[in-house]
Design a protein around this ligand. Structure first.
Ligand code: CA
Length: 232
């Protein structure tokens, strides 16, 4: 993708300027908005490739900005949260955000999140909706046959492990919350489901990761959820 366009939504001028300067230095194109109404308008009129969205805006809640954009677009949204508390990030992810950054963040973190998101976008654009085989690094999933391979060898997965892996694979690059995952897998979220999820994740990682203690494919977001990364 040549010079992706990034929409920066942030009412705090020093933070907005820091993001814009970083984007300019790294040859990204940018647009900026200082409030939610401007953000929704710019998102619809300019159709940016990625949105950085501060959750604490003067005129409306960032979550409502996500809901409005999601009513007509899947453009990746990375939320910026001032609170160390995870509740607002979880709410933003469940409303359809792709990823999050917590203030204060470094320029390196900002660029890393942007790269992950752009890879997700490239993957989304190269994958047709009906594509039945997923490939990521040494991992491949034949969705129509319901079979998973690692380095060409068939993996023996339980049905829950397969559901979990498929769900993460279909959302590669996106952080999925515990609630979202458990609802997709079990159709509900009970207190114990998050603990069960952790157990299934451990057994799944033993099967797909060469070093389960430092996973390459599935990233843990403590207190929030998991994300499948695109692996070379
Ligand atoms: Ca703010």
């Amino acid at each position: 993708m040549n010079n992706p366009v990034v929409l920066v939504v942030e009412d705090d001028t020093p933070v907005r300027n820091l993001i814009i300067t970083t984007l300019k230095t790294h040859e990204y194109k940018y647009l900026s908005a200082k409030n939610g109404a401007e953000a929704v308008m710019m998102a619809s009129s300019h159709n940016p490739d990625v949105v950085f969205l501060d959750l604490g805006l003067p005129d409306m809640n960032g979550i409502d900005v996500i809901r409005q954009i999601r009513s007509w677009s899947n453009m990746p949204i990375i939320v910026i949260s001032a609170r160390s508390d995870d509740a607002d990030k979880i709410e933003a992810l469940d409303a359809g955000a792709d990823d999050y950054l917590t203030k204060p963040f470094s320029v390196e973190e900002l660029l890393a999140r942007l790269r992950v998101t752009l890879r997700r976008l490239a993957l989304m654009n190269s994958t047709s909706a009906d594509q039945s085989v997923y490939t990521n690094g040494k991992l491949s999933i034949d969705f129509s046959a319901g079979v998973t391979y690692l380095d060409g060898a068939e993996l023996k997965l339980t049905s829950i492990e397969y559901k979990l892996l498929s769900l993460l694979a279909r959302n590669t690059g996106k952080v999925l919350t515990h609630t979202y995952i458990t609802q997709q897998i079990w159709g509900r979220t009970w207190e114990n489901d998050v603990a069960s999820l952790r157990v299934y994740m451990t057994t799944l990682r033993k099967k797909i990761e060469s070093d389960p203690s430092s996973p390459k494919y599935i990233q843990t977001h403590i207190g929030i959820g998991y994300r499948m990364l695109k692996v070379d």
